[in-house]
Design a protein around this ligand. Structure first.
Ligand code: MN
Length: 204
């Protein structure tokens, strides 16, 4: 598949200064599994987890302040951010641009996903249509998280507030608390507070 410049990224590019920061530009295109996702832990002023789903030629991105839960009764706020370039999928390091929050980023989880709505009889919606309708359902096959997750838009079509909810299935587990116990990067085995002590070049 040939990936071309997306008009959806223009807003992102305008705000971002690629020369001042180690964040990836989208110049070097990556070959990704068609349905990939990542969860990055981002130690900005307000700690949050960036959840990104590959949709066509961009990464749909939500910031989840409390991180993912495996408990279906916990509805986690997920704030929709602008689309990000595909290269962000394995970004780790320190974001220096304060518009996006200065601070360390580790890749906490990642893998592939399935579009559960597409698989449903009588539903069959693409990711783009599910997103537009404010209800995305995916099956995550991450290194840590697995199972069905729903993203539900809270409010009108232009609302940035979504909810990230574990669906009820065999992978649901109210006691697991992944944010507390599974803290390390899947790339380097470092937790974020260990990474902070190191020279940037060592983990970049
Ligand atoms: Mn972030």
């Amino acid at each position: 598949m040939v990936i071309t410049d997306s008009p959806k990224l223009k807003k992102y590019k305008k705000k971002f200064y690629f020369t001042k920061t180690p964040d990836p530009s989208d110049k070097k295109k990556k070959k990704l599994a068609s349905l990939s996702f990542v969860i990055q832990k981002h130690h900005a002023n307000n700690l949050h987890y960036d959840f990104r789903l590959k949709m066509d030629d961009i990464l749909k991105t939500w910031a989840i302040p409390k991180g993912p839960s495996t408990d279906p009764s916990e509805k986690r706020l997920a704030i929709l951010l602008e689309d990000h370039p595909l290269n962000y999928i394995d970004f780790k390091g320190t974001i220096l641009d304060d518009e996006y929050g200065v601070g360390e980023v580790i890749v906490r989880d990642g893998g592939t996903y399935r579009n559960l709505r597409k698989e449903k009889e009588g539903d069959g919606l693409s990711m783009a249509k599910s997103f537009d309708g404010g209800k995305v359902e995916v099956w995550l096959e991450g290194k840590k998280l697995k199972g069905g997750y729903a993203l539900i838009r809270n409010g009108e079509k232009d609302s940035y507030q979504w909810l990230f909810i574990k669906m009820k299935d065999d992978e649901a587990d109210a006691r697991r608390k992944p944010v507390k116990i599974e803290t390390k990067s899947i790339q380097s085995d470092l937790a974020i507070n260990q990474m902070k002590k190191r020279n940037h070049d060592e983990y970049y």
